[in-house]
Design a protein around this ligand. Sequence first.
Ligand SMILES: [Fe+2]
Length: 323
Amino acid sequence: MNYPATGYHHITACAGAAQEDVDFFTGIVGQRLAKQTVLMDGRFPHYHLYYSNANIEPGSIMTTFPYSRIQGRRGSGQVQSITYTVAPGTLAFWQRHFGRHKVEHGPVQERFGQRFIRFHHPVGMAFEVMEDKSDKRAGWSTPEIGESEAVRGFYGTVLSVRDVTEQEKFLIEALGFRKTGVDGSYHRFEIGSGGANKTLILVHEPDRAPGSWSFGAGTVHHIALWVADDEAMAAQKAIYEELGYTDASEIKDRYYFHSMYVRSPGGILVECCCNVPGGFEKDEPADKLGTKLHLPPWFEHRRQEILATLEPIVAPETATARA
Ligand SMILES: [Fe+2]
C-alpha cells in the first residue's frame, strides 16, 4: 500500500509567556521567526508563532501557542521530547551555549548510537540537539550560532506510551512507518527513506501517569506529518476510516495549510497537513516573513479586540526574514 505521509511538517507545543518563547526559540535554539499569527480555534486569542530553519522547510517548523492562561501536565500519551539535528562535533558548542544562557540541560547521551543533549524550554518541554551526519538542510544562523552549528530541522520526536503494541500498530498500519530497532525502552520507527525528519521513537513508560490532552503551558500538543496535497489528505482519511480510526477530524482550513487530526491509541494527537497555494507567503512577502502579526481573513473584524489582549512581542531583527 502507498501511504501519503512523507515525514514531519510541524510540531506544536503550548509555551508560557510569548516573549519568553520568542527569546527561547530565536536566541537559544536559534531558529528564525517565520510567522506570527493566532490560534484559530476557541474564544480566547492566543498567539500562534512559527519558528523554522533557513528555508522554512516542512520538518523544521516548530510552532507554539503561548498559553499562560492554563498549565498543562506532562506525562505519558504525549510527546516527551523533540529532537533537532545538528552537525557532528557540535555538541561541545551546544553545551557551552546552554551553560552561558543558564538553560537547563543534561549530559551527552546516546540513543540508537547517536549522541544528543537534552535541554528544556523555560516552561519545561524537553528538546534535544542530536548529531546527524546525513542531514544537509540549511539552518538559520544568529549572532551566536553559526551556520555550521545551527539546528537543521527535526530529527524526530520521542513519544511516551504506557503500552507500545497499539501505538506501534497505528504507526505501521495507518501511517506507513516501519519498525527499525529497539534500544532498551526505546522503539524506533521510520518512514520513507528514514533518518532525519522521518523518525519517531516510542519510549515505553508503563508506570507514567497520563499527561493532559488539552492545551496547557509546558506540554507538546501534537505532531503534524506532511502529505502532498488535498488528494493525499483524503486518501489518509480513507485509511483511518478503513481501519476503524473513525474519530479522525474533518479536514480543516488552517489558512497556510490544510489539516486533519486523529487521536492515536497511545494518546498522542497526530495531525496530517498539506500545502495550499502561496503557503506562508499568502499574507506577507518572503522578505517580510515573521516581522508582524497576521490574522486569517475571518478574524480581521476582531483585530482590535485580539491585539488588545495579546502581550506585545519583540523579535530580534536577526531572527526574521533577510532581504
Ligand atoms: Fe498543527
